[in-house]
Design a protein around this ligand. Structure first.
Ligand SMILES: [Zn+2]
Length: 308
């Protein structure tokens, strides 16, 4: 029992990635906060990202992890797709119900530019474009919402998505801080106003947001996600509902890759089966490689006669 408590304590200190979900001010708002430093480092390691690419995908992963708190069944997913006309081109991030996330960037080595403030210029790297959110709760149809990018800085774009597509006025703050050695701190904070939030609560929140330091500055100071959120909303106004560890993980496996093979169609797969070396597929999210021999491809075709 003690050991279990210690484990739990360790999971939720300021040095481990996790998400906190709470309500505040008498259920007038929902609040989420996360630390994602290790999650973002794993994306950089897998995809060899330039600083601006790392900041873009890191911010989007933190946002998706917090939006993903609404998923409630294993297998439910949320996908965020940012498509822009800037050099990064596009970013895809997928979050699962178990608070894992994975992502990929079309152009991982884009040159890094900085804003006058010294922050990474993610907006120019993405350019003009759209943010699409797909929530797949495995019902008949997934929910799809799309908004134009406001700034391409990700946090404002997610706030615009929540406001326009889900009619939820929100405050979103996301940060990825780097030095020459890579990512030092990353995380996010999100507050969603519920329908019973009155004007007084809105003004009170706006006032508090003005005095809130950057997310990465708070994490650097040793703040846990719960402490960040308390800094914004006040300890006494919050009820914490959940604290869960989060991480970068890809659920790909050979079985899923067989499905990808079949999705190519019988004709193309039949042509690939002519190659005596077989074929290799690579997962874009985790870089794992899957090799299928000529015999195995023929067997896949034989086992799935219904595939056209
Ligand atoms: Zn994978």
């Amino acid at each position: 029992m003690n050991q279990q408590n210690n484990t739990q304590q360790r999971q939720f200190d300021s040095c481990s990635d996790h998400i906190v979900r709470a309500t505040a001010c008498g259920n007038a708002m929902r609040a989420f906060a996360c630390r994602t430093s290790d999650t973002c480092r794993e994306a950089v390691r897998l995809h060899d990202l330039s600083p601006v690419a790392a900041a873009a995908i890191g911010r989007l992963m933190s946002g998706v992890l917090m939006l993903g708190c609404d998923l409630d069944q294993p297998g439910d997913t949320i996908t965020a797709l940012v498509q822009g006309d800037g050099p990064l081109q596009n970013i895809t991030v997928v979050g699962e119900e178990n608070a894992t996330v994975r992502g990929t960037v079309r152009q991982p080595h884009v040159e890094t530019r900085y804003l006058k403030s010294g922050k990474l210029d993610v907006g120019s790297a993405l350019g003009k474009g759209t943010l699409t959110i797909i929530k797949d709760m495995r019902l008949k149809e997934p929910y799809i919402g799309r908004v134009a990018l406001v700034s391409g800085e990700i946090a404002e774009d997610i706030a615009a998505y929540l406001s326009i597509s889900e009619q939820i006025p929100s405050i979103v703050s996301l940060g990825v801080k780097m030095d020459r050695g890579g990512i030092t701190h990353a995380g996010g904070l999100m507050v969603q106003l519920l329908p019973n939030a009155g004007e007084d609560i809105v003004s009170w929140l706006e006032e508090r947001v003005c005095h809130l330091p950057d997310v990465t500055a708070m994490i650097e100071d040793g703040a846990t996600p719960a402490a960040m959120r308390a800094r914004l909303l006040g300890e006494e106004n919050m009820t914490i509902h959940e604290q869960v560890p989060c991480s970068y993980a890809c659920p790909c496996n050979r079985e899923r890759m067989v499905k990808n093979l079949l999705a190519m169609g019988r004709k193309e797969l039949g042509e690939l089966a002519q190659d005596p070396h077989g074929i290799s597929l690579e997962c874009h999210f985790c870089d794992r490689h899957y090799h299928f021999s000529q015999t195995e491809i023929r067997q896949v075709l034989g086992d799935n006669p219904h595939v056209e």
